[in-house]
Write a protein that binds this ligand. Structure first.
Ligand code: SAH
Ligand code: MG
Length: 216
């Protein structure tokens, strides 16, 4: 669950009305906590936003970098057609095993796959699956600029590329944090998302901020 949980009454209304986790997603999050997975998933507002995007674009092939317990992936996979496919890349075998169990319990086995290892090692092997319709980057922040290059390589006109945690918990533009490798990676990613002539980009300020670009 996102740590950004201090909601105003209006935000609480929106969460309850539009974005609430159903029983399956609640179970996934509860078991992730029990099994000691870090509480760094996106929140339900972002999950629903990703789901709307998958639906809106009629996406059939989605790539995620950074699976954790499968929470964000479950939101996206639910909007895929029966013959759609989510491929999610994850460093930790423990996270991948947890996610496979959860996705099976949610009935998402047929359209999801987790590949284990450093994403930069897994990405070259995805050429045959490309282009993807939507790509969600949410792993180690120092590598975001490299992930963006792979995302652009694996895109077509209309592909949506997203990157979570632009704000870095409020630290992105903090002058005392600029030596931090993850802050530097996120800054370079944000600047490239904004400046790359192949993209039209913005930042959606849900939770920690999601950069979103559409390939021209
Ligand atoms: N998208 C998930 C949260 C991902 S948290 C959600 O919102 O539900 C970030 C994940 O990236 C962690 O599970 C971490 O193990 C993984 N990760 C970190 N470095 C990685 C790397 N080099 N390659 C692939 N995954 C990595
Ligand atoms: Mg994140």
């Amino acid at each position: 669950m996102s740590k950004l949980n201090d909601l105003s009454p209006y935000e609480q209304f929106l969460r309850d009305t539009f974005h609430a986790d159903d029983a399956g997603l609640q179970r996934l999050q509860a078991e992730a906590e029990q099994e000691g997975l870090p509480a760094i998933s996106i929140g339900p507002e972002q999950g629903k936003f990703l789901q709307v995007l998958v639906q809106l674009t009629g996406a059939r092939k989605v790539l995620e970098i950074g699976t954790l317990g499968g929470y964000s992936g479950a939101w996206m996979a639910r909007a895929l057609p029966a013959d759609g496919k989510l491929i999610s890349l994850e460093l930790e075998e423990k996270h991948a095993a947890f996610t496979r169990r959860q996705w099976a319990a949610l009935g998402l086995n047929g359209k999801t796959e987790v590949r284990v290892g450093p994403a930069l090692d897994s990405l070259p092997g995805l050429a045959d699956e490309a282009p993807f319709d939507l790509i969600f980057i949410d792993a180690d922040k120092n590598n975001y600029p490299a992930y963006l290059e792979w995302a652009l390589r694996y895109s077509r006109s209309g592909t949506i590329i997203l990157g979570d945690n632009v704000s870095m918990g409020g630290r992105l533009a903090d002058p005392h944090q600029q030596q931090n490798e993850w802050i530097q990676g996120m800054r370079r990613f944000a600047e490239r998302m904004a400046a790359d002539e192949r993209l039209v980009s913005t930042v959606v300020p849900y939770a920690d901020g999601i950069a979103m670009g559409v390939v021209k």
